[in-house]
Design a protein around this ligand. Structure first.
Ligand SMILES: Cc1cc2nc3c(=O)[nH]c(=O)nc-3n(C[C@H](O)[C@H](O)[C@H](O)COP(=O)(O)O)c2cc1C
Length: 204
């Protein structure tokens, strides 16, 4: 797909519909892992950290990814339940930024997704104390082997420290690259925290 301008008249008033449209475009354009997004979180003392996670679902309730609740990001989200997400779809010259509040998905939602994961990934979720310092690779592999024996031939339950986060957006920005750095940028922000989106063009 060739790069197109982003016009006011083509924007959907609903940012979730707009996201869905661009996400479908990214998949259609053959972009590798269009669901990969940078997730930024911060601690109460102002420390900020970012990492890539995979978007697993998106609807009017928000943007969902799964992780270890005891990881560095999990601890930061616990202390400061806000996050920022960024998608970059290179061949389309499109960026989407999302900022908002973070809540855990329900236990049922996390169970349901965990059950769809390959057994190796399920065991990995048990084996890895994500973000903790490891004495060596052997410690991780050994733990994985032990768990493979423990859970041989039985359904692997979801670890209690593993599950989803839903980012509930308060602000979204759709960025379309244009020539001469005169890019199109549209921001959706929630007016007075009611479900009423104000759309504004931003200077590039
Ligand atoms: C393409 C890609 C996808 C990833 N997806 C996830 C994910 O969905 N969930 C996750 O916990 N980590 C994912 N990771 C690993 C994270 O980037 C990160 O290393 C890990 O979550 C630990 O982050 P933290 O120590 O800041 O909590 C992914 C990494 C890459 C490169």
């Amino acid at each position: 797909m060739s790069v197109m301008p982003l016009l006011e008249t083509e924007l959907d008033p609903d940012p979730f519909v707009q996201f869905d449209r661009w996400f479908e475009d990214a998949k259609g354009a053959g972009i590798a892992m269009p669901e990969a997004m940078t997730v930024s979180t911060s601690a109460l003392d102002g420390e900020v950290s970012s990492r890539v996670c995979l978007l697993k679902s998106c609807d009017h309730r928000g943007f969902v990814f799964f992780t270890n609740y005891c990881s560095r990001k999990g601890k930061q989200i616990h202390d400061n339940p806000r996050a920022s997400l960024v998608f970059w779809w290179q061949s389309l010259e499109r960026q989407v930024r999302i900022e908002g509040a973070v809540v855990k998905t329900t236990e049922e939602e996390s169970d349901e997704y965990f059950a769809t994961r390959p057994r190796g990934s399920q065991l990995g979720a048990w084996a890895s104390e994500q973000s903790r310092v490891l004495a060596g690779r052997g410690a991780l592999d050994g733990r994985f082997e032990e768990l493979s024996t423990t859970y041989h031939d039985v359904v692997i339950p979801r670890p209690p420290h593993w599950g989803g986060y839903r980012v509930i957006p308060l602000l979204l920005e759709f960025w379309q690259g244009r020539t001469d750095r005169l890019h199109d940028r549209f921001q959706y922000r929630l007016r007075n925290d009611v479900k009423d989106w104000v759309v504004e063009r931003l200077s590039p």
